[in-house]
Write a protein that binds this ligand. Structure first.
Ligand SMILES: Nc1ncnc2c1ncn2[C@@H]1O[C@H](COP(=O)(O)OP(=O)(O)OP(=O)(O)O)[C@@H](O)[C@H]1O
Ligand SMILES: [Mg+2]
Length: 222
């Protein structure tokens, strides 16, 4: 899915936090929103994911203007297409790893579900469906959030600072997983100030620099 933001501004309490940003996030690519702390990366990411209303500009999904989607339309977009890996991981701590991937009823999900096993396998969490999510490390929680996106076959993934709290080795693993998800054809949008993550992205959007074009390096694009 192609996600485009055209001249987006977001004002909160009368203050313009995102000002006139235009960004194009293509399928099969990982796009970085980059800039110093407080430059509005997270806010723009949330706006592109329809989590936050914009005060000006337009958001297009595969060319369709979704800026004024109502609650029901936004929920359908989240349910059918989007997955989020946000700063608090969005993980239900008291529930099992399996529940967190499938978000389905049973407290102790088993490996009987082939899709669940595949998602855990891909994220290095094989065989851990029955563990309580709160026991996972920071890096494992990031991978769990990605496993959920893989399980749901999300076509768009919005990711906020996935490597912020990780050591070098876990950072590397997580970057490779997100890159791999994009290579499978997904649109990955990531807010980050991690140099290694930025380098791994196909396209970089610097915040607050209207005159600067998004820089694209074509590698392995679909
Ligand atoms: N809900 C809110 N209410 C008021 N101000 C907010 C809100 N959300 C964000 N801001 C402000 O908007 C600015 C940009 O915040 P944002 O979180 O988007 O920055 P960021 O680039 O993601 O920063 P970081 O790299 O530290 O995560 C900050 O000054 C922040 O205080
Ligand atoms: Mg942020």
């Amino acid at each position: 899915m192609l996600i485009e933001g055209n001249n987006l501004s977001v004002a909160i309490d009368g203050r313009e936090i995102v000002a006139d940003e235009s960004v194009r996030c293509a399928p099969g690519e990982m796009t970085a929103l980059v800039g110093p702390s407080g430059s509005g990366k997270t806010t723009l990411l949330h706006a592109l994911g329809l989590l936050l209303p914009v005060s000006r500009g337009h958001i297009l999904v595969d060319g369709k203007d979704v800026t004024s989607y109502d609650g029901g339309q936004r929920r359908r977009f989240w349910r059918d297409h989007a997955a989020f890996v946000l700063q608090d991981y969005g993980i239900v701590d008291d529930e099992s790893v399996g529940f967190n991937v499938t978000m389905r009823g049973q407290r102790r999900a088993t490996n009987a579900d082939a899709r669940l096993s595949a998602a855990l396998e891909q994220t290095g969490l094989a065989g851990r469906a029955g563990e309580t999510a709160s026991h996972l490390s920071g890096g494992e929680k990031q991978r769990l959030a990605l496993a959920r996106a893989i399980y749901r076959r999300a076509s768009v993934l919005f990711v906020d600072e996935p490597t912020a709290s990780l050591d070098a080795r876990n950072r590397h693993t997580v970057i490779e997983l997100f890159t791999g998800f994009a290579r499978q054809g997904a649109t990955v949008v990531v807010s980050t100030h991690d140099e290694e993550m930025i380098a791994a992205c196909d396209s970089r959007h610097p915040m607050g620099m209207r005159e600067v074009q998004t820089v694209t390096t074509a590698t392995g694009r679909r």
